[in-house]
Unconditional design. Structure first.
Length: 335
């Protein structure tokens, strides 16, 4: 009762929100890159918010289902098919035993997410089911998925109320440039006034040095006052380091726990999905906002997710129409 991996794709891993509480011991948080798409995938299935999913990158996997379950696919468009027929995204999909779910290369975005109503049978390691590739810890044997791997389900859950309403109209990553809102600091004082202006006023390009650990950008030199070296300190998700070469590096899910380069700014959490769904040669701009503005954006995003939950919990129009027709027929027969 589960899924068999026929093809692993480029980089398919088990992920959740991450492994917190162990950075002081040198373990990175890891977890999903695009938290928003991850949350929406679980929301569509009424899963716990932190339920583990499969995260796919650039080229997707091929999966065979050995038992029935319900899935949801979010994030970039990897052109999914079920038994050779196109499958909709951001929709609850019933999968039968023997069905084959296949993904191609990313048409939009670069990362996708597959949630399962029956929950992946992955052990909890240090409070999380996520895969830490650097440490070979957690997830499925601490590594990306490969052909002939098999993951079971923890429960049998094949029914969801309001099933036909569980679909959302979204296509969020069909762009080749993005403006990222950033909170300046904590070491922005190490950079010259001209360096700050360059950072906020220039266009940067995503390079091919872009993985789960970080994204290196190419663009104008960001000048420090003297040096951008610091005594190593902690690194947050979305922190933007500027080493001596003057080009920004944005640290992501598998980032190191500490670093010795000055951090000019940190990407607001609501904008990290825009970044992690970029491809090589996409363009990036930065816009400074306050901590209070970043917090307000986060609150708005939480409200939006609550609104999406209400949408999928409403009886769909087709069901209401059928009920209305049945009611009218009953009335005619009674007459």
């Amino acid at each position: 009762m589960g899924i068999r991996i026929l093809k692993g794709g480029m980089m398919t891993t088990v992920q959740d929100l991450g492994r917190y509480g162990y950075q002081s011991q040198g373990f990175s948080v890891a977890g999903v890159m695009d938290v928003r798409s991850f949350k929406i995938a679980n929301l569509l299935l009424d899963n716990p918010e932190n339920e583990a999913v499969l995260e796919i990158t650039l080229i997707g996997p091929t999966l065979e289902f050995t038992s029935a379950t319900i899935i949801a696919i979010t994030g970039g468009d990897f052109q999914p098919t079920i038994n050779g027929e196109p499958a909709p995204m951001y929709t609850a999909l019933y999968m039968n035993k023997g069905d084959v779910l296949k993904f191609g290369s990313a048409r939009t975005g670069s990362r996708g997410y597959i949630a399962f109503s029956s929950y992946l049978d992955i052990p909890v390691v240090m409070g999380s089911r996520c895969t830490n590739l650097k440490s070979g810890l957690g997830g499925f044997k601490g590594r990306k998925l490969e052909a002939d791997d098999y993951i079971g389900f923890r429960i049998k859950r094949r029914y969801l109320p309001f099933f036909l309403s569980r679909k959302l109209d979204m296509d969020e990553f069909d762009q080749t440039e993005a403006t990222l809102q950033v909170v300046m600091g904590p070491q922005d004082g190490m950079f010259s006034k001209q360096g700050i202006q360059t950072f906020l006023g220039s266009e940067y390009t995503v390079t091919n040095e872009f993985d789960r650990m970080g994204c290196r950008l190419e663009g104008p030199f960001i000048a420090p006052k003297k040096t951008s070296d610091i005594i190593s300190d902690g690194i947050a998700f979305g922190a933007i380091q500027v080493p001596s070469h003057g080009k920004p590096i944005i640290l992501l899910a598998d980032r190191q726990t500490t670093g010795g380069y000055g951090k000019i700014a940190t990407v607001a959490s609501v904008d990290i999905p825009k970044l992690v769904q970029r491809k090589t040669d996409d363009k990036i701009h930065f816009k400074a906002i306050t901590v209070q503005e970043a917090q307000a954006l986060y609150v708005e995003e939480m409200k939006e997710l609550d609104g999406l939950r209400k949408i999928i919990h409403q009886p769909c129009k087709e069901v209401l129409d059928c009920r209305l027709v049945a009611k009218r027929l009953r009335k005619l027969f009674e007459e």
